[in-house]
Ligand binder design. Structure first.
Ligand code: GDD
Ligand code: MN
Length: 372
């Protein structure tokens, strides 16, 4: 009986810890940082040369609109250089890009073609070799991400401050019916923006991530232990002592997939897990690591991605075991189940499951080259 009570108590304790740490972190950040002004000297007249790299694999349907979208940015065209790097797309992506280029000769565009597909990170490393020396800012952006007209101007203004090493946009999904997705993004945007105001955030978004080129050179391109092109280089730059921030005045909507949205989330979770497992050590190995307040942010985010989901799993398993003979355990499980009707809670639980599934999937494949 006593042992049963103890096991139920441990289950409850683990569950409480699972929920209170992220909630307390969220509330602390919101109270202390979210409403603070940015400690950044922005300059909207700063006009460095920027290089926009678009990786493509099977993007024939979208790339024309994407190029138009960049072309229409409120930024001098002679200060823009677009690089499209394609990895042997079986559709006619490259033909579309060629045609677009011949129709728009007033902007510099380089087309790079990899003979075989080796994944996003490899493609971008290949592209980095062709970034001209006079480019001060390098931007990676997914072919399916569309920006509002003032996006580049707003992003570049931050780089006038020499402490800024990387800038990423906030994301909102572009469909109204995706309420669950909204709650999830709102919660994370508060955290990422607050972390950024405090110092830097370890998670950046591929819809738009901008780097100071000289810092990308210091890290020697993107590491290949993970498949993301955003969070990992940005965090290496943060470890170097520069700020890597998600800003609140640049919002890009992301189109949700009708098919394969869950698989995509699992893949992104896999890449984030690999990111949190390796990036700090990699920074030390490169000899660029500096101790800053980024460490605190990094440690808690690493905990939230690598350890916290498992507390929930353990708690659930313990309580299920106990529920057979302990009414309190049964009641707790039922409460947990009833709460699933509350969308934010459900979204949270689903994300925890995704992180757990992603951990197992990483054993089988790191998904550096994913299905498209
Ligand atoms: N050249 C090249 N080679 N481009 C690729 C490859 C490849 O092997 N694989 C994907 N891409 C391109 C796509 O065409 C798209 O422009 C961009 O990379 C992002 O790929 P998506 O397939 O659209 O992925 P997503 O939006 O779900 O992926 C996000 O997650 C990644 C981490 O898992 C993106 O935001 C990435 O930036 C992020 O790193
Ligand atoms: Mn995409």
């Amino acid at each position: 009986m006593i042992i049963a009570d103890i096991l139920t108590a441990i289950g409850l304790g683990l569950a409480l810890m699972h929920f209170t740490v992220p909630l307390a972190y969220y509330m602390h950040l919101r109270k202390k940082w979210f409403y603070k002004p940015w400690n950044v000297k922005k300059d909207y007249d700063y006009r460095p040369k920027i290089c926009i790299v678009i990786p493509t694999y099977k993007e024939a349907d979208r790339i024309w609109l994407k190029l138009n979208n960049i072309y229409e940015q409120d930024y001098p065209r002679d200060k823009m250089h677009i690089i499209v790097v394609d990895s042997a797309s079986p559709d006619n992506t490259v033909d579309v890009v060629r045609k677009w280029a011949s129709n728009h000769s007033d902007v510099e565009l380089t087309i790079l073609e990899e003979p075989i597909r080796r994944g996003l990170v490899h493609a971008l490393n290949y592209a980095l070799k062709y970034v001209p020396e006079d480019c001060e800012i390098v931007i990676f952006t997914d072919a399916d991400a569309y920006w509002s007209r003032d996006t580049l101007r707003n992003v570049i203004a931050y780089f006038a401050d020499t402490s800024i090493g990387a800038v990423t946009a906030s994301i909102l999904p572009n469909t109204d019916e995706a309420r669950g997705e909204y709650t999830y993004r709102e919660y994370y945007n508060v955290i990422r923006i607050s972390e950024s105001k405090m110092y830097s955030t370890p998670i950046h978004n591929g819809v738009l991530v901008a780097f100071r080129y000289k810092l990308l050179k210091v890290i020697g391109g993107l590491p290949t232990y993970t498949g993301n092109d955003d969070s990992t280089p940005a965090s290496l730059i943060a470890f170097m002592g520069y700020r890597a921030i998600q800003v609140d005045d640049v919002v890009v909507s992301e189109h949700l997939l009708e098919k394969g949205q869950v698989m995509r989330k699992i893949r992104r979770a896999q890449h984030l897990i690999l990111h949190f497992l390796h990036t700090k050590r990699y920074a030390k190995k490169l000899g660029i690591y500096k101790r800053t307040s980024f460490d605190k942010i990094w440690n808690i985010e690493a905990y939230l991605h690598l350890i916290n989901p498992w507390l929930l799993l353990l708690a659930t398993l313990l309580l299920v075991m106990q529920a057979l003979h302990d009414l309190i355990a049964l009641a707790l499980l039922i409460l947990g189940a009833i709460l699933l009707t509350y969308k934010p809670y459900r979204t949270w639980i689903i994300n925890q499951i995704i992180l757990i599934v992603a951990t197992f999937r990483n054993i089988v494949t790191k998904d550096i080259i994913w299905q498209k």
